[in-house]
Write a new protein. Sequence first.
Length: 210
Amino acid sequence: MTAPAVARRTPRWRQRMFDTITLLGEVLWTGVLVSLASLPLVTMPAALAAGIRHMERHIDAREDGVRLFIGEVRRALVPGGVIVGLGLVALTGILALQSMVANVAGVPGAQGLGLAVLVLLWFLGTLVVEVCASWAPGVRWRVAMVDGAARLIGSPKEGALIALAVALTGIAVWQLPPLVIPALGCLAFAAAVVGVRRRRPEEEAPAEHR
């Protein structure tokens, strides 16, 4: 009499390791996609918005192919996405140029001005990420801007997490520019996780009242 066959189960630690490696690979791949789509600079908000949605689909175990990413980048660019990108590039350039000129010219208080510009850029980056996370196909960028600002003000805890992710991204790129690729992937992942955390209580609330 033969012993009954016992189904082999994958050890929990091995499954967790596999999931971690898969997630890490997806984050890096998202960074590559966002970086390539952001090369014209003015397309950066659209690329980041598509990257965040790409990571959200991956977290929710939905289809997250490259075609979907490219399609959402195109939809994010028109209408409004290019204008948002132009405004972001112009504002960032003006702030950086002002600080640079003040340092070169030896203007009194140039260091304080540089610190203020750095803080403004940090806040601007945090707001941009919130706005990109608020965008979705069919949502105008004007509406996404209002929603992103409202989220940043109304959810200080989540806003602090986004601000931390922006700061870490900036530090990584400042120390080693090629790190921009994995840094953008991590930034999109952080925004997606915060978005999922915000969305789940809203989805669970109606179920509790049934």
